[in-house]
Ligand binder design. Structure first.
Ligand SMILES: [Zn+2]
Length: 355
């Protein structure tokens, strides 16, 4: 896989079209069933990929059009999880936020591939590289009620082993980049030290394609911003792992990108737009953020993205945010290549790159 410097991408999820699912729900409710739903999800995936190409993203996702939520689509392929009879968890990522979550009722093992067919379908729609993502072990622990293990570290290692099987199959099926989503890591640094970093490494056994771990504060619109949990000690600990890079949130947090200097040599998927911002900021604002990051990150290792997934915002806003990221990327690449030779960067097909 060859990406241009300052490549444009996303965290992975896009809003579901209104004709596919009911909007404004924490959990997606599809309007169709059976074969008709499968056909609609295929169409929505093809549309999302085509849209991402038109916008000029360099690294695409399948838009996660088939997923009912961030966790359950993957957990549905695991033994030991009861998705039918949920339990209420009160503390969720350190928020007092009662919500129904899956129950862990037995030893976790992967029963069958979860998103390998989703990848194959996506790959058939485009020649551009595809990134697929899965929730990480700490986030699965945080997003379930455990009635079996009674030991988070042991459970996390079983989740990691199951995820590793999935990641190996995705890699074998031609996935270009693998992303592990770990919003729980930003809040529970002590658990990262205790077992989370080790579980992340277990996920990555035998994986040779580029990998990133997404360290965010949750979807836009969540209660509170939680930016009191800062990145430095987290990044320092994760630099000891095999992870290839970090998906980090810098628009909403307003952090100084100087904290990224510790990530030398790894990919930084740099969140440069807050998806809940309306209207979307000017491209010049994105460029300003990127230029601050370029003091610490080599252009070859810098990928631009919105801070987090886009599934909870409108299609219109998601498109506008993604266009802004792509334009910021092309603009900065042009500025970079005028002073240094990074080779030919691909131009956005449709959108002006002038400021
Ligand atoms: Zn996120």
């Amino acid at each position: 896989m060859q990406l241009p410097p300052i490549a444009a991408t996303t965290i992975g999820s896009f809003p579901r079209p209104n004709w596919l699912a009911q909007p404004d729900r924490a959990r997606v409710i599809f309007r169709l069933e059976g074969d008709a739903l499968k056909e609609a999800q295929d169409d929505a995936t093809a549309l999302s990929i085509h849209n991402q190409e038109q916008i000029g993203l360099d690294l695409l996702s399948d838009g996660e059009q088939r997923r009912t939520g961030f966790i359950n689509h993957i957990l549905a392929a695991f033994e030991g999880i009861d998705l039918e009879h949920e339990a209420v968890k009160t503390i969720y990522r350190r928020r007092e936020q009662p919500r129904p979550v899956p129950r862990v009722v037995g030893k976790i093992k992967r029963r069958a591939p979860a998103i390998v067919e989703d990848l194959r379908f996506a790959k058939a729609q485009t020649n551009r590289p595809i990134k697929m993502d899965v929730p990480g072990p700490m986030t699965v622990v945080d997003s379930t009620v455990d009635e079996f293990y009674k030991d988070e570290a042991v459970m996390a290692m079983d989740v990691a082993a199951a995820l590793n099987e999935e990641l190996r199959d995705l890699q074998a099926a031609g996935c270009d980049v693998l992303e592990i989503d770990e919003p729980a890591m930003t809040r529970y640094h002590e658990k990262v030290f205790a077992y989370g970093a080790k579980a992340l490494d277990r996920c990555l056994e035998g994986i040779t394609v580029p990998t990133v771990v997404h360290l965010c504060y949750g979807y836009p619109g969540g209660a509170g911003q939680q930016h009191e949990y800062e990145y430095p000690e987290l990044l320092e600990e994760l630099m000891k792992t095999k992870i290839g890079g970090f998906g980090v949130e810098f628009a909403r947090s307003g952090y100084d990108p100087a904290v990224l200097s510790i990530a030398k040599g790894r990919i930084v998927m740099f969140g440069c737009i807050d998806p809940s911002d309306t209207p979307v900021p000017q491209v010049s604002k994105v460029v300003e953020r990127v230029r601050a990051a370029l003091k610490y990150i080599e252009p070859e290792n810098l990928w631009l993205a919105p801070d987090c997934g886009l599934m909870t915002i409108s299609r219109e806003l998601a498109n506008a945010a993604t266009i802004c990221v792509a334009c910021g990327s092309v603009t900065d690449r042009a500025r970079q290549s005028s002073s240094r030779d990074f080779g030919p960067g691909r131009k956005s097909r449709r959108f002006s790159t002038s400021l």
